[in-house]
Write a protein that binds this ligand. Structure first.
Ligand code: GDP
Ligand code: MG
Length: 435
């Protein structure tokens, strides 16, 4: 795997304090080779290595990990950034119209049912599938069987080749059924051709989809890039579904497609069964491309020590009781980076034994948006927040004034507690908190 190769390329780096152009050259070559062998397009691999080089050079080597491990982590993070950039969420509109396009056998029909099933569980009422692949009767049957098995609405017309008319009929049926999700399964060809594109365009112009999703076979490798480019040029794709990642596909094609077209990957297919389908997780695919995983978590642990330093700085501010809403915001943003509220709450005075559920994270988002709606001056001096300022902030954050008041009250209590802790009793408490 890449991490093995890297550790040998970087063995001589042990004891080096800083990563430099010179001591990194071999390692970066390994990275490039590994990307190419994972099916990444050569241009993308080159760009990517350049980016990693920029990112790496001049960095201090973290204690507790080897430079090789640290670099793998940097590469991993860059991959995640690249794979996850752009809007990976679906358009939030309801009803949502989704058109599936792609080559023959890429997994459009299967993915249509998979997506319908997944979103039905996520509160899209009565998803509806429309069979717009009119060339093979078997294709219509296939979609119908999937629709029935998963309790999804279904429209087809076995006697018509008029795809836009079928699309219109599908829309009408979906509307009558109160459907909040309509998925149009279209025909594919073995390779991209003019007639296919024209037909899909006509359907698009008729049904006006909110999402145009290319279903691409993850095992296709480099060809997938050209296919994606052609579809994107013709149809302005809004997303990708990458299928067959359960096989030995290394996922490099995903990286190439994403970086060449800029179209975000939204879902992945992980098997033939309808439930083998999930929202795209850039970090999982990045690990797959790199053929590692444990290294990433190891380096993450090393980085936690860095966060600890920041946490100590905050604790110091807490102790001095000059903690204001701006610090509070910074603190929350750091928590978000670390993933959970629980870890940080334990550091706050009097809250080290509090157990939280995920409503805490929702609350945190609300709190964050309230503070973000304040001016810097207000964050530093919460006492100037009079009625009209509070009203303005509530409007800005999309919450009620009482929620702003609540936040400020909580904050005042916290400050009071901190002031108390400045005394000798507080020092004792502080010691306990650190333990
Ligand atoms: P379409 O021609 O684009 O509509 O493709 P289909 O949906 O008919 O899928 C073609 C074949 O690929 C079928 O045998 C599917 O079961 C299979 N398939 C689709 N998605 C996946 C996937 O994520 N993993 C695996 N292993 N097979 C898949
Ligand atoms: Mg099909």
């Amino acid at each position: 795997t890449l991490s093995d190769k890297l550790s040998s390329a970087l063995r001589n780096l042990r004891g080096v304090g800083k990563l430099s152009e010179d001591n990194m050259a071999d390692a970066l070559k390994e990275v490039r080779t590994a990307l190419l062998s994972a099916d990444v397009h050569f241009k993308v691999a080159r760009q990517f290595v350049d980016k990693v080089r920029e990112e790496v050079i001049g960095k201090d080597v973290l204690k507790g990990v080897t430079p090789g491990q640290q670099i793998v982590k940097i590469i991993h993070d860059e991959l995640v950034k690249l794979l996850g950039e752009g809007e990976t969420q679906l358009n939030p509109k309801k009803p949502l119209k989704v058109m599936m396009v792609g080559l023959h056998g890429s997994g459009k029909t299967t993915s249509s049912a998979k997506l319908g099933r997944l979103l039905k569980k996520r509160d899209y009422a009565n998803p509806h599938l429309v069979a717009c692949d009119v060339y093979r009767p078997a294709a219509i049957d296939q979609l119908e069987i999937l629709a029935k098995a998963n309790d999804l609405g279904f429209t087809c017309d076995r006697d018509s080749k008029d795809v836009p008319a079928i699309g219109r009929a599908g829309l009408a049926a979906a509307k009558a059924a109160g459907s909040e999700l309509i998925i149009f399964d279209t025909a594919g060809r073995l390779q991209i051709d003019h007639d296919l594109i024209e037909e899909v365009k006509r359907l698009r112009d008729t049904v006006q989809p909110d999402e145009v999703i290319l279903v691409a076979d993850g095992a296709l490798g480099q060809e997938a890039v050209n296919v994606a480019k052609a579809f994107h040029d013709a149809l302005n794709l809004t997303g990708l579904i990458l299928t067959k990642l359960d096989g030995d596909a290394r996922g490099g094609a995903a990286l190439s497609i994403k970086s060449i077209t800029g179209v975000p990957i939204k879902f992945v297919g992980l098997g033939e069964k309808v439930e083998e389908f999930e929202v795209f997780h850039p970090d999982r695919l990045a690990s797959r491309i790199l053929g590692m995983g444990d290294v990433v978590s190891l380096v993450e642990k090393a980085q936690e020590h860095i966060d600890e330093k920041e946490a100590e700085r905050m604790a110091e501010k807490l102790r001095k009781a000059d903690f204001n809403l701006e610090d509070f915001l910074a603190q929350m943003q750091q928590v978000k980076k670390m993933g959970s509220m629980q870890s940080i709450v334990g550091m706050l005075p009097g809250m080290n034994n509090v157990e939280l559920d995920d409503s805490a994270d929702k609350q945190m988002k609300r709190t964050e948006s309230i503070i973000l709606s304040m001016t810097i001056k207000e964050r530093r001096n919460p006492q100037i927040l009079n009625g009209s300022r509070r009203m303005r902030i509530a409007n800005g954050a999309g919450v009620k004034v009482v929620e702003v008041n609540q936040l400020l009250k909580q904050f005042q209590q916290m400050q009071k507690m901190m002031r108390m802790m400045k005394g000798s009793k507080g020092r004792k408490m502080m010691k306990q908190m650190k333990a």
